[in-house]
Design a protein around this ligand. Structure first.
Ligand SMILES: Cc1cc2nc3c(=O)[nH]c(=O)nc-3n(C[C@H](O)[C@H](O)[C@H](O)COP(=O)(O)OP(=O)(O)OC[C@H]3O[C@@H](n4cnc5c(N)ncnc54)[C@H](O)[C@@H]3O)c2cc1C
Length: 476
């Protein structure tokens, strides 16, 4: 869908109600929610789908209710409901319930916060732990918590399901199109390697590439892409006590300060996925260019863990893959408006734990873009929580008219029936293409003057928000 617009002598611009950059799990869910609210939405992706260059590929992701931070613990019941809704719409299972063990020394802050948020009845005694998780050998002093809601999200299948549902709701996915340029304004123009698109609202969910996308908009966020070693470990005896049945998270290990997690064999028969929840700083373009033989300190750390906690697994990984985290200093997400262009919304910094929450993240990004009251408290996700940015003294401030923020009420129904696209065509009987002459004259004039202002702004103010790199990893 989309309609074509062009000022005289200008290239044609296909017009949408909303554009989303990035067809990872977060951008795809944002687009899905927009389409659910009958917004004609374009989802742009630089690579051909499906791809494994970002953060959302692979067969499995852990989901759980156990969260140390209250704000995520509060969001999880909502997320479970939305995953269930997608399963129903897609007609395919996306979640396997296995339960999850959280393991750590008593007094460990993360373990104790999980215990507090989960309530008092979730501590496993040693006998029950051994029954549920015969392959796991914790230290006698360690505490184990049980999260019965924990399990595995079938990641690749989920990504496909959300994109397919988005398309069925009338959404457009254009893959293999890299966004090269964004011209902000009341109507935002997005230039890709293949075309020109316009919309009154834009959501940027570009994963590890976010800073590359927002830099020309005068913004630099404290995001650190990390290359993650994704390790799979072979059972010494197939089907033996080495098998990891529930998922687990181990916290408070002195040699693994960011924690270790594991999932039952899924990707590869007989190979259990156990990973360190951290990685090495990287450029997303360089992720797979590690020279052979480079040291892999996190693999050594995992081998050490496997030897003592999971002795039924071979202590050398059978398969080693790479993935990307994009971390913020506090490992909380960024879900906010661009500080200067309020119709540009940014979702980033999912810090290796964003998959399970993607349905809620997508809803929040959609709500922000439509000017709706967000369903959850947004303070933990605000850009302004980071150290004082240096602002350009007099940056031009494009006026975003209220008409760009229709306060569409949230749909009371989980499935909103949208008008067929033909009913939305401005010229019945036409191909649905609308040209610039059909735009409000003020809108056209304003967009052009804003564009020249913005060009000037971009030259004068290369960095609107710059953050000292020393802040970047201080939480780690
Ligand atoms: C190994 C690993 C294990 C994980 N385990 C868990 C887990 O157990 N539980 C959990 O909840 N989370 C987990 N996560 C985290 C979760 O997978 C991520 O938080 C989530 O996938 C991030 O999604 P995203 O959409 O932000 O990023 P991405 O999936 O990277 O999507 C961003 C997209 O934007 C596109 N893009 C970028 N720039 C442009 C441009 N200029 N033009 C067009 N397109 C562009 C990219 O190509 C990419 O497809 C894990 C992550 C990894 C790597």
């Amino acid at each position: 869908m989309g309609t074509d617009m062009a000022a005289p002598g200008q290239p044609r611009c296909a017009s949408y109600d909303a554009i989303v950059i990035g067809a990872g799990i977060q951008g795809s869910f944002a687009a899905y929610h927009l389409a659910q609210r009958c917004k004609d939405t374009l989802l742009l992706e630089q690579f051909f789908l499906p791809h494994s260059r970002g953060s959302s590929h692979g067969q499995s992701r852990i989901t759980r209710s156990a969260y140390p931070q209250e704000h995520y613990a509060h969001m999880m019941p909502h997320s479970f409901r939305l995953w269930q809704q997608l399963e129903d719409e897609a007609g395919t299972p996306l979640y396997r319930r296995t339960g999850l063990v959280v393991l750590g020394p008593p007094g460990d802050p993360k373990l104790e916060s999980c215990r507090r948020n989960m309530g008092p009845d979730n501590v496993l005694d040693a006998v029950t732990l051994a029954q549920r998780f015969p392959g796991l050998r914790p230290r006698p002093t360690e505490v184990a918590l049980w999260d019965g809601s924990g399990g595995v999200l079938l990641a690749d299948r989920a990504l496909r399901a959300v994109q397919d549902t988005f398309r069925r709701r009338g959404g457009t996915v254009r893959d293999g199109e890299k966004v090269l340029r964004i011209d902000p304004g009341a109507v935002i123009t997005v230039t890709t390697t293949a075309g020109l698109y316009c919309a009154p609202r834009l959501i940027i969910a570009a994963g590890a590439w976010t800073n590359a996308v927002v830099a020309p908009l005068g913004l630099r966020l404290p995001l650190q892409p990390l290359r993650i070693d994704v390790c799979y470990w072979r059972e010494k005896e197939p089907g033996s006590g080495g098998s990891v049945t529930p998922c687990f998270m181990a916290t408070g290990l002195p040699y693994a300060p960011h924690g270790i997690y594991g999932l039952p064999a899924l990707e590869y028969p007989g190979l259990v996925k156990v990973c360190y929840h951290h990685g090495s700083p990287t450029d997303p373009e360089e992720r797979d260019r590690t020279p052979p033989g480079s040291p892999r300190p996190h693999v050594a750390l995992l081998s050490n863990f496997i030897s003592s906690y999971l002795p039924g697994l071979e202590p050398q990984p059978a398969v080693l893959e790479s993935c990307l985290y994009t971390n913020t200093p506090d490992e909380d997400f960024i879900l906010d408006r661009h500080p200067k262009y309020s119709n540009i919304i940014i979702g980033a910094g999912f810090s290796g734990h964003g998959f399970k929450l993607a349905p809620v993240v997508g809803q929040l990004l959609c709500e922000l873009s439509l000017g709706e009251e967000p369903s959850h408290r947004m303070a933990p996700f605000a850009i302004s929580r980071f150290p004082a940015p240096s602002l350009h003294p007099h940056p031009p401030h494009p006026h975003i008219p209220t008409s760009c923020h229709p306060h569409t009420p949230a749909s009371p129904l989980p499935h909103t029936v949208c008008q067929p696209s033909s009913a939305k065509q401005p010229f019945p009987g036409s191909t649905g293409r609308r040209f610039a002459s059909a735009m409000e004259p003020e809108q056209r004039g304003e967009t052009h003057s804003l564009r020249s202002q913005v060009k000037c702004f971009n030259v004068k103010c290369a960095i609107l928000l710059s953050l000292d790199r020393s802040h970047l990893m201080k939480a780690h």
